[in-house]
Design a protein. Sequence first.
Length: 183
Amino acid sequence: MFNALNTLYGTALQENAERTGEGIQKLGDMMRFMLQENTQDKILLSRDIDYLRNYILLQQLRTATSEGIVINTQIADYAGNLMIAPMLLIPFVENAFKHGISLINPSHIKVTLQTKDNTLYFDVHNSTHIRNENDPEKDHSGIGLENVKQRLNLLYPERHELIIRETGSDFFIHITLQLDANS
């Protein structure tokens, strides 16, 4: 699979399709993460941050030519030894892109991540849009948010805070998470 992606990446570069090449490269990085690290109980926070950045960059490639879409990230560089359960933060970012982007109406997403000592602070703020009547998911809410809540309660009991706020046009989550250092 990775050889096929490398072939596509090379082809994109030969055809001067830089955005496509970059997207293929980010997708390969994300697939490698899913195969190698997603199955572990805890991973370095820096690896989870890399996955978040790759996902956001892939989405920015998709929306780059759409006017009215503003994506702002303030993800602090982190090189320490804090550990986190993999794939704990990404559902919030995925939901922001799924529910916060409209090709018709102005849209915004802001993702902020920073650490201080052993505490992670993570915010996602996005616009929300009314779904069309013909949208097959109009009346279906996903299970992703409930799964993350359950995982937080199981993995970080009394060591996390999750705040969710929703208005008619905005959705906001804030997570404060106490992490352990790799020993």
